[in-house]
Design a binder for this molecule. Structure first.
Ligand code: F0G
Length: 423
């Protein structure tokens, strides 16, 4: 019952211990598990996971490792490096649903910003850093628009590995860079954009054998699959019509497709939901490729206020296209203005999320008004990062905008009469 690495293109197989991120033909690698054997050994079923959860009496399960059988089955429990990531909330919210024109009980927001370091990256990181340890790596690296570096920094500290992160100069939100510094990782500010950082990381892997924890690392994808499985479990395995989420480097798009493919193979679901991947208009190479029937993807110089997804050359493109084919998925793009408007609504509902996450909600709005989504469909949106990640965008909005949701502070003297005016 061995898992292997397999080229997504040629099908060439490699051992899981082989430290490589592409096949000989340069394609990305999948982790392939022996699903039949896993299913038989554990008697995998919807009830199996629900029962496992019930047995814990509401104690945190460490969400990712609740599904260990289908993430890294061969790793001994004591070797897992975990910060109890996952187990994130699935919100329903009247204010946001009503703004969108959706039924309260048909619209869900899975908040991955409520992970230990404030983003979904922790789900991939726990799996990939566990493998880095198992493979006796000493130095782990990543290129990042901020969240991966924050997550790597925290997990490298936990695992006692040397962490080095590359971030593009002037383009990382203050909350994220603060985390990398605070958790004690070496932070290199690169005079270039995210795509330059990514290129450098791939070169460092080849030439310096530095172990990359970006989503080219197939174990990152394995951890991120659990976002989908956990959501399905929270919905009592009822499959929604749509999963909507932002696309940048397209790691989630790849992971979510694999999660559903495997859930289907294991008999956990009997139909596939559809994907809607949302990109920022100024960073939308995947959207443009989709419009072109995926004939080709053209790199672009990315620009958007949602710095997390300011990516013009997504490394997981091929896997992401496969995910869209499996799910009859679509790609949409939204403007920065639409992202900010959606963010004002998500924030004012008391939930809050960083700009890239709110591309999800802006996308739902747009797809409802174009008629692609029907008001009676069940929609799950993924919020990928915490509201505190990018405070500058919030302050700029509320101090400078004249919209109905702008909520600037007021200066008052320390007197009860002045306070009274606001009650
Ligand atoms: N949302 C947030 C908050 C992100 O940080 C990212 C990616 C995405 C969405 C896009 O996800 O790459 O899987 O398509 N952030 C990476 C980083 C690139 O370095 O933190 P994706």
């Amino acid at each position: 019952m061995k898992s292997i690495l397999k080229s997504i293109h040629s099908g060439k197989e490699y051992s899981l211990d082989d430290i490589r991120f592409t096949s000989d033909d340069g394609e990305l690698l999948d982790v392939i598990h022996d699903l039949d054997a896993i299913k038989k050994q554990h008697n995998i079923s919807r009830e199996y996971f629900l029962r496992k959860r019930a047995l814990l009496n509401g104690q945190p399960t460490g969400g990712v490792w609740h599904f260990k059988e289908m993430v890294l089955p061969a790793i001994p429990d004591e070797q897992v490096v975990s910060k109890q990531e996952g187990n994130t909330r699935l919100y329903r919210n009247k204010k946001i649903a009503s703004w969108l024109g959706l039924k309260f009980d048909r619209f869900f927001l899975k908040h991955e910003g409520e992970n230990p370091t404030g983003s979904f990256k922790d789900r991939g990181m726990t799996a990939a850093i566990t493998m880095a340890k198992a493979l006796h790596q000493r130095a782990v690296t990543c290129a990042s628009t901020g969240n991966t570096s924050a997550s790597l920094a925290a997990f490298a500290s936990e695992a006692e590995l040397t962490g080095i992160v590359l971030i593009p100069k002037g383009n990382v939100a203050v909350g994220k860079i603060s985390q990398a510094l605070a958790y004690g990782t070496k932070t290199l500010i690169v005079n270039g954009d995210f795509d330059d950082c990514m290129r450098l990381i791939r070169e460092a892997q080849e030439k310096l054998q530095a172990y990359p924890l970006n989503s080219i690392n197939p174990f990152r994808i394995e951890g991120q699959k659990t976002i989908i499985w956990e959501t399905l479990m929270q919905l009592n395995w009822q499959v929604p019509d749509w999963f909507v989420f932002p696309g940048g480097n397209l790691g989630n798009t790849s992971a979510f497709g694999k999660a559903l493919f495997e859930a289907y193979e294991l008999g956990l679901i009997d139909r596939m939901p559809r994907f809607a991947v949302i990109q920022a208009e100024g960073a939308s190479p995947f959207y443009k490729a989709y419009k072109n029937n995926f004939k080709e993807i053209k790199k672009e110089k990315a620009d958007t206020i949602a710095t997390a997804i300011k990516i013009g050359d997504p490394v997981n493109y091929t896997k992401a296209v496969r995910s869209l084919k499996w799910t009859n998925g679509i790609v949409e793009s939204v403007t920065d203005e639409e992202i900010l408007e959606a963010k004002a609504h998500v924030d004012a509902a008391g939930i809050g999320a960083e700009p890239a996450s709110c591309a999800t909600v802006a996308g739902v709005k747009k797809l409802l008004s174009s008629g692609e989504f029907k008001p009676n469909e069940t929609i799950v949106g993924i919020l990928t990062g915490n509201v505190l990640k990018d405070p500058q965008v919030i302050v700029d909005y509320h101090f400078n905008r004249k919209t109905s949701l702008a909520n600037p502070p007021h200066d008052i003297e320390a007197s009860i009469d002045e306070l009274k005016k606001f009650l």
